[in-house]
Design a protein. Structure first.
Ligand code: NAD
Length: 300
């Protein structure tokens, strides 16, 4: 679809693994998209696909109906909101900010409140589905904030995702995402354990995966990440460093509410072990390397 200025303008901030694909899908849907990233090459790449370059978060939002951020962690989102040339001092024209990064729910609620004080509505809308979901505009988007702000953001979400749910007030999107992440982490750990036991027992791991996918042990992780785990492929998709960031946020929230999460604590420590071996930039499926070490076996 060609660009349709009537459709609206998006200021998109953060053009990494996920943000690049999401911004491309907004362009494909016909939106005008102004892009900003601290990496200039990331901006140039998107400009090559029809986006317009911005020199700061404020510049990206200047003419935008909505400013969207897709950044690594809480400090980067705070930088984009509170920093010099940030959205607090220079709000987007449409006075709507959507943070699709996974960050602290506490920080997210603070950002909502501070932006509300200057007349900007905010939505926290983290995503699940990985780089493939981002590329295929098939993300699951979990949104927190006021209903009218969600309604304004929803058409933009439709260009990036398929399961789009308003899950509650400010910060609720982040909390739902943290629930998602603890399941992902523990599920990867369960797959590592099944593969380690199968390998030590001389079972064909491809066949094991196929059998498991046909029964009650089937999962998104086994389906999408299982092949890389069996092949010993550590290539990044969702980095171990980012998974550790999410598991830390899960545990901060759980401790603040006195909710014991023993399985999350265990898998978090295994990811810490992986990072201590210099593996933080590997994809999170590469938790299998911890199991390689524990079983003293190289990946097959
Ligand atoms: P990434 O590190 O690949 O991309 C982040 C981008 O933000 C980079 O291009 C970086 O240069 C840019 N950036 C950093 N600081 C900035 C700043 N101050 N101003 C402007 N740009 C800045 O990360 P990603 O994998 O795209 O993940 C983004 C978010 O989405 C994270 O919160 C992550 O947890 C979440 N997420 C990732 C995946 C995944 O599979 N990669 C899946 C779901 C959710």
């Amino acid at each position: 679809m060609g660009r349709n200025d009537q459709l609206g303008t998006v200021g998109f901030i953060g053009l990494g693994t996920m943000g690049r694909e999401m911004a491309l899908n907004l362009l494909k849907a016909g939106y005008r998209v102004c892009v900003y990233d601290v990496v200039e090459a990331a901006i140039a790449d998107l400009v090559g696909h029809g986006a317009e370059p911005a020199s700061s978060p404020a510049d990206a939002g200047r003419d935008a109906d909505i400013a969207i951020a897709m950044l690594p962690d809480t400090p980067e989102v705070e930088d984009v909101v509170y920093g010099k040339d940030g959205l607090l001092t220079s709000p987007p024209r449409g006075r709507l900010f959507v943070d699709m990064s996974t960050i602290s729910p506490v920080a997210s609620r603070r950002i909502h409140a501070d932006l509300a004080n200057v007349g900007v509505a905010a939505i926290d809308a983290p995503v699940s589905g990985g780089p493939v979901g981002a590329k295929n505009a098939a993300l699951s988007i979990m949104a927190g904030g006021e209903a009218d702000a969600f309604a304004r953001a929803e058409p933009f979400f439709r260009a990036m995702g398929t399961t789009i749910t308003h899950v509650g007030a400010a910060g609720a999107g982040q909390t739902v995402k943290l629930c998602n992440q603890l399941i992902c982490g523990i599920n990867i750990q369960a797959i590592c354990e099944a593969l380690a036991l199968g390998r030590a027992s001389g079972i064909d791991l491809e066949q094991l995966r196929n059998v498991l996918l046909g029964g009650s042990a089937a999962s998104w992780m086994l389906d999408r990440l299982g092949p890389a785990m069996i092949a010993g492929d550590t290539a990044a998709g969702f980095r171990i460093d980012l998974m550790l960031k999410d598991l830390r946020l899960v545990q901060e929230q759980a401790l603040s509410l006195s909710v014991p999460l023993p399985a999350t604590a265990l898998v978090t420590n295994q990811y810490v072990e992986a990072r201590a071996h210099g593996e933080g930039t590997n994809g999170n499926q590469a938790l299998f390397k911890v199991y390689d070490r524990m079983t003293n076996q190289a990946a097959t």
